[in-house]
Design a protein around this ligand. Structure first.
Ligand code: NAP
Length: 353
């Protein structure tokens, strides 16, 4: 029996994870946590609403931590699992983006597995399994392009929260859905892929695939390109991470190949500048990715609260990055400081506006 601690049990990933665990006789929840929503309908021996997630993990001593918290708030749980060699099924990409170096150092000390839940990274993980990186030419991350793909900047000036939340292919929590509309999500995923797979940024490409059937691709040095296909349904990568290295059945129908349209397009970096800003932050390294993430979290939340227009999200992040010092974080305290500094920069801008 694998004992799973589910952090973010009330969210989009959390609910789907509960479905997977309930359907699998070899999995059980040993702990569940949320930020503020009640957990009355979640069946787990240990439950915690708010508070320090690592205290819950200490009590639960799980075999796997599924970190499905949204945002940088997941950082301590990510580091806790990696430091102790407990398998980490990671949906909370923000913790790896912000704390990549610290997280990888903790994994090297702890020796546990880091299993991506993000669908693109789960696809890349599967495509790369058992393959030396010397065979790999580059990684290709795919993205749908979000609800505003094809629009001009002028057409984005007055978009509403409701329009931004109408994602064409995925049903997800509000923060990641806004990030998908701005392409900040693809930027976070680019940095996440760099830390997960150890390739330099110039060898990680981003391509739009509007129907979200191709979850990512690997180009090999001999000219072959491998692709991972499937319906856009997070239960597959959640199930894969929780049952790894096995593969369990899921309720999904087999892919109907004759009904598919598979078109690809380059992302529009001028209209959606957050993807290029993320690449720049990743290439600069240090705490620039942390600042990118923190600024984006504050700006996306302000957009969701009706305090910032859509196009101002990228402007706020660019401004925060221009003022960040980017010095590498030697420990988690320095990382928390870098995160707080970037948040302050955006919040100051919001209070002036
Ligand atoms: N949804 C997807 O399809 C998808 C796909 C790929 C990756 N991801 C990633 O998975 C993560 C979760 O996304 P989501 O869409 O599931 O978000 P969501 O629906 O907004 O759910 C977020 C969850 O995190 C909990 N939470 C927030 N702050 C917390 C804290 N301080 N301590 C404990 N729990 C806290 C929330 O609890 P409350 O209900 O109490 O607020 C909720 O259970 C994100 O990092 C996202 O980027 C999601």
């Amino acid at each position: 029996m694998k004992r799973i601690a589910l952090l973010g049990a009330t969210g989009s990933i959390g609910r789907q994870a509960i479905e997977i665990v309930e359907a699998h006789p070899g999995l059980e929840l040993c702990a569940a946590a949320s930020g503020s929503s009640p957990l009355d309908d979640v069946d787990a021996p240990l439950k915690q609403v708010g508070g320090d997630l690592t205290e819950l993990l200490e009590r639960a001593q799980p075999d796997v931590v599924l970190n499905a918290v949204v945002g940088f708030a997941g950082i301590h749980a990510t580091l806790w699992a990696l430091e102790r060699g407990v398998d980490l099924a990671l949906a909370n990409k923000e913790s790896l983006v912000a704390g990549g170096e610290l997280a990888l150092a903790a994994r090297n000390r702890g020796g546990g597995r880091l299993l991506p839940v993000d669908s693109e990274h789960s696809a890349l993980f599967q495509l790369l399994e058992g393959r030396g990186l010397e065979q790999v030419h580059s990684l290709v991350l795919t993205g749908s392009g979000g609800p505003f793909r094809g629009r001009t900047r002028d057409e984005l000036a007055d978009v509403t929260v409701e329009q931004a939340l109408a994602h064409p292919t995925w049903r997800m929590g509000p923060k990641i859905t806004v990030d998908s509309a701005t392409l900040a999500n693809k930027g976070l995923e680019l940095i996440e892929a760099h830390f997960l797979f150890g390739l330099p940024y110039e060898r990680i490409e981003v391509v739009l695939q509007p129907t979200s059937i191709v979850h990512s691709l690997v180009r090999l040095r001999d000219g072959a390109t491998l692709a991972h296909l499937g319906y856009p349904d997070m239960r597959v990568p959640i199930s894969y991470a929780l049952t790894y290295p096995e593969r369990a059945e899921t309720p999904l129908a087999p892919l109907d190949l004759t009904s598919l349209t598979l078109q690809f397009a380059a992302p529009d970096l001028a209209t959606f500048p957050l993807l290029a800003l993320a690449r720049e932050a990743g290439e600069k390294g240090g705490t620039y990715p942390c600042a990118f993430n923190a600024a984006n979290e504050v700006a996306a939340a302000a957009f969701l609260a009706g305090r910032l227009p859509f196009l101002a999200i990228a402007e706020a992040v660019a401004d925060a990055l221009a003022h960040a010092d980017g010095a590498p974080a030697r420990d988690v305290e320095e990382l928390l400081e870098a995160d707080a500094a970037a948040r302050r920069l955006v919040e100051q801008g919001l209070s002036v506006a």
